[in-house]
Design a protein around this ligand. Sequence first.
Ligand code: CTP
Length: 424
Amino acid sequence: MSSVPRTLEGARVLVGVGGGIAAYKTAHLVRGLVGSGADVRVLPTAASLEFVGAATWEALSHHRVLTSVFEDVEEVAHVRYGQEADLVVIAPATADLLARMRIGRADDLLTASLLVTRAPVVVAPAMHTEMWEHPSTLENVRELRERGITVLEPAVGRLTGPDSGPGRLPEPEALLESARAAIAAPRDQRGGVLRDLVGRELLITAGGTREDLDPVRFLANHSSGLQGWALAHAALVRGARVRLAAASVDLETPPGASRLDVRSAGELADAVAEHRGRVDALVMAAAVADFTAAERAGEKIKKDDADEDSVPRIALRRTEDILRSSVLDRGDAAGPAIVGFAAETGGNGSSALELARDKARRKGADLLVFNDITAGVFGSSHNAVRILDRQGQEIAEAAGSKTAVAHAVLDELTSVLPPVSWSA
Ligand code: CTP
C-alpha cells in the first residue's frame, strides 16, 4: 500500500458519468484531471451516452471507453478497473445512480467497478431539486456517506428548465479540487477518505483584504486564497461543514461551503465576530491588512501638477488583529480551536522561524502555521510549512501541494478541537 499516489500526478482515476445533462461539464473535469497528470478512464452509464458520446471521452482520456461488463470480457475489465483505481470520481451522479450504488447493483461497468474498488470515491450529484430533496435520495446519500463515500453537496442555482434551487453540478474547477483533496486525504480502514471531521463546523478565512484609499485605489497584498481554499476542500471531504470568509478571492466556491465575500479587514473582522461563537474551529488563513486609511477620500486623490515633487500624505490607522481578538474573546471558556498563519521573511537580526515562534507565543492561537515566504509562495500551488503550538514549539512540518499542507494542518487541528457539543 505504500506506493498509493497521494496526488493526481500519475494516479489512476476512474470517472463515472451518470445520465444527466450536466455530463457536458464533466468533459472539462476530465481535461483538468488529465492536465494534472492523471491516467483517466471514463466509465459512462448507457443513459449518459445520450448526452455525451463515447468519442468525446475517448479523445479526452486517450483510452477506449466501455460501458457494459460484456465488452472486452477477456480483459475482465469489471474487476481490473476498480482494483487498479487510485480514485473514483462520479459526475454527475443521478438519483438513479445513487440508488443503484446504495443497494450494490452491478448491472453496468461503472457500478461493478464501484463494488470492487477500495479507493476513495467522490460523488457529485446533479438533478432537479425535487429529486434531490426526495426522502429516498436523502436516505441514499446519508447511507453512502456513512460508508465513507464523499457525496458532495450540489450547487444551488439555475437548473435545466426554468426552475432553480439545489441540484446543479458544481463547476469542473471545484470538482477537480475536491478530487485533489480526496486523493491526498488520510484513509479509513477500507481505503476511503477518513471522515474525522463529521459533525464539525469550521470557519476558514481566505484571500487578502483590500483597504480603499479613494474611489479608485486600494492597499492590498499578494494572497491568492489558494491555501484557504485547499483547507476548505480538504475539510469538506473529511466531513466538516465549512464557512468561508473570502477576501477578494476569484475561485469557484468549494461544493457545499457557505461563502461570505468580504473586502476590507473591517468587514472580515465583522464576519468572524458574527460566526466564531458557533463553530468548532477558526482557521485564519487570510492575509489581513494591518493598516487601513484613517479616512477614505470621497473623491480621487489628485497630484499637484504645479509642484512636481509633492506627494499626497495618506494617514493610516491600525486595523483590528482578528486572530488576537478571537483568542481574547474565547478567554478561558470553551470555544473554537484557533489556527493562525504566519508568513515571515526574517529581519532585524531574527530568522523567519524565530519571528514565527515569537508570534505563536504573542498571538496565543492553538496552532500557528508558519511559512518562510522568501521561497515564493503567493499564487503557487505548493507550500512548505512548520506547525507550531502556542508555546512556539514545532509539532509538525509539511511540504508539497497546498492540498497536502491543508491535510497536515487538519491532522493537527483534530487534536485541539473543543468537545463536540461545546456550542450546542
Ligand atoms: N491577522 C489577523 N488580523 C490582522 C492581521 C493578521 O487576524 N489585522 C492574522 C492572519 O490571518 C494570520 C496571523 O494573524 O493568521 C498572522 O498574520 P501576519 O500578517 O503574519 O501577522 P501580523 O499580526 O500582521 O504580524 P507582523 O505584522 O508583526 O508580521
